[in-house]
Design a protein around this ligand. Structure first.
Ligand SMILES: C[S@@+](CC[C@H](N)C(=O)[O-])C[C@H]1O[C@@H](n2cnc3c(N)ncnc32)[C@H](O)[C@@H]1O
Length: 491
């Protein structure tokens, strides 16, 4: 095995790839899936549940230049109230099809900034959740917060309604970086936000950081990571900045000349990793960190971690009902995404009983199988193909080509392969998506549509599509809680 140099790795594995928060990814969604199909899927769900719930609130109090998510500003309280009413109505329509009383173990509000929902609107939504579903006593209720705009009384409200986890956007503490991103947020604002939620009895605190932003250096991101680690969040998400100005126009005002290149990004990522590990965190999957005793870290250790549109999760439920503009639902039969903008969502919900679904994809047995493999790679840093059971009626597939395509990864010290067992090394962690992409048979078609030739092992830049969230990653991460564009830079 030769230890490839950083420039070699950048050359071979750089480019844009999906974040694999779903498989097939949101880039494969088409209008072949609409309200009628989703209604059929909901009617066919087992009446015993369980289901998880996701509410997308696209509004923010102000827009940040770097943000790749599907967000807008809604200043009027009536507009925010009205949006809350639509979320309840959409939930009512789904429940009318899937049945009442299904058990729920996870409820997440993402955005945008879901605390832009007026307190009365949030109360009504949570009352409806408890009326329509059987919310478990130990259910995880989580909410994304913007520490700059947490109004007085909102943290106690979250505590009173039973929320037990929050995600705070921080990104970077350096004033020059904040200026470039159009997001001014003092350390004191972040600390005060954490104090407020902890005083409200909310134990779970996640923080989002970003590397690869303008003017960041390995040393500056290390300073941010160390100061944030001092605040003691249980979990951190460390995203690589997704610069997708063709999807997100506001990013055109970012000072592109000050963006670090792939080598600098890799170094920044490595420095943050070093700082967080030294502070006692363990690395989880592609881009998360958690305290060793935290449920996410324990799940990663036990091989029970999962990945969905919100990113890494302990939620093992295979049904996620997504409500709100651009929200994505996951069902065993397929994925369905709502219309994107808040205004289109309001129009789609007006006057009739249909669901506001715009696009999606039905999952074939092969998609389910490959999706399971990709999820294990993204969560466990590897997979034993011999232990992946094909869906009923499907013959055991032949993965010879995929195993052969791993040869460069093995040579570069990024992975090991023993028989059917693939293990991604710690050095290979930044390239987890490149390994997952070897099992993605939809990608070649998407690349061809976009007019790009590509070998599965070596992702080149793809401009295919955008989703909710920062365009370079998530249809996935972005689709909901994590910002994310459908494809993002791997480095
Ligand atoms: C949906 S946003 C919500 C953030 C929250 N409303 C706030 O303002 O603090 C969630 C996270 O997505 C990440 N994010 C947004 N745009 C991004 C981009 N272009 N590249 C990478 N991560 C991004 C940020 O870390 C952000 O905290």
């Amino acid at each position: 095995m030769s230890a490839a140099s950083l420039p070699d790795l950048v050359l071979r594995y750089g480019g844009n790839l999906p974040r694999y928060t779903s498989y097939p990814t949101a880039a494969s969604f088409t209008d072949a899936v609409g309200p009628a199909q989703m209604e059929g899927w909901l009617k066919d769900l087992p009446r015993s549940g369980p289901v998880s719930l996701y509410f997308h609130v696209p509004f923010c109090d102000e827009l940040c230049r770097f943000c790749g998510c599907n967000t807008s500003v809604m200043r009027h309280d009536e507009g925010r109230q009205a949006y809350g009413d639509l979320l309840r109505e959409e939930m009512r329509r789904m429940v009318a099809l899937a049945g009442e009383g299904l058990p729920v173990g996870h409820v997440q509000f993402g955005g945008g900034t879901p605390t832009t929902l007026p307190p009365a609107a949030l109360r009504r939504i949570m009352r409806a959740v408890r009326r329509f579903f059987h919310l478990g006593a130990d259910a995880e209720l989580s909410m994304e917060l913007d520490p700059r705009h947490l109004s007085d009384g909102y943290a106690p409200l979250l505590g009173e309604l039973g929320f037990n986890r929050v995600s705070l956007g921080v990104q970077d503490l350096d004033p020059q970086v904040q200026e470039a991103c159009g997001r001014h947020q003092s350390f004191e604002q972040t600390r005060s936000c954490i104090t407020q939620v902890r005083n409200a009895g909310i134990a779970g605190v996640n923080i989002d950081l970003i590397y690869g932003l303008p003017y960041q250096t390995a040393e500056s991101v290390a300073v941010t990571a160390a100061r944030i680690a001092d605040l003691g969040p249980d979990r951190l998400a460390v995203f690589g900045y997704a610069h997708v100005p063709w999807k997100q126009k506001r990013q055109r005002t970012m000072p592109v000349k000050a963006l670090p290149g792939p080598m600098r990004r890799l170094e920044q990522r490595a420095r943050i990793d070093q700082v967080l590990r030294a502070a006692g965190y363990v690395a989880v999957g592609l881009d998360h960190y958690a305290r060793p005793g935290d449920a996410l870290a324990r799940a990663a250790q036990a091989g029970t971690l999962h990945r969905n549109f919100q990113g890494y999760t302990t939620d093992s439920c295979d049904v996620l009902l997504g409500m709100g503009a651009s929200a994505i639902s996951m069902l065993p039969q397929g994925f369905a995404q709502n219309v994107t903008s808040a205004s289109a969502y309001a129009r789609a919900m007006a006057g009739h009983a249909a669901l506001p679904v715009a696009r999606g994809i039905a999952r074939t047995p092969e998609d389910l199988l490959r999706g399971a493999i990709i999820e294990r790679i993204m969560c466990d840093m590897g997979v034993d193909l011999a232990r992946i059971v094909p869906p009923a009626g499907m013959a055991a597939p032949d993965f010879t080509a995929e195993l052969q395509a791993l040869a460069p990864f093995v040579q570069d010290g990024l992975a090991t392969v023993e028989g059917q067992r693939i293990v991604v090394t710690d050095r290979g962690r930044p390239f987890l998506r490149n390994v997952a992409a070897l099992f993605d048979t939809h990608r070649a078609g998407l690349m061809a549509q976009a007019g790009q030739a590509d070998s599965p092992a070596h992702g080149r830049e793809s401009r295919a599509a955008a989703g909710r969230g920062p365009a370079a990653e998530s249809g996935d991460a972005a689709a909901q809680a994590v910002p994310t564009p459908r494809f993002s830079s791997t480095l």
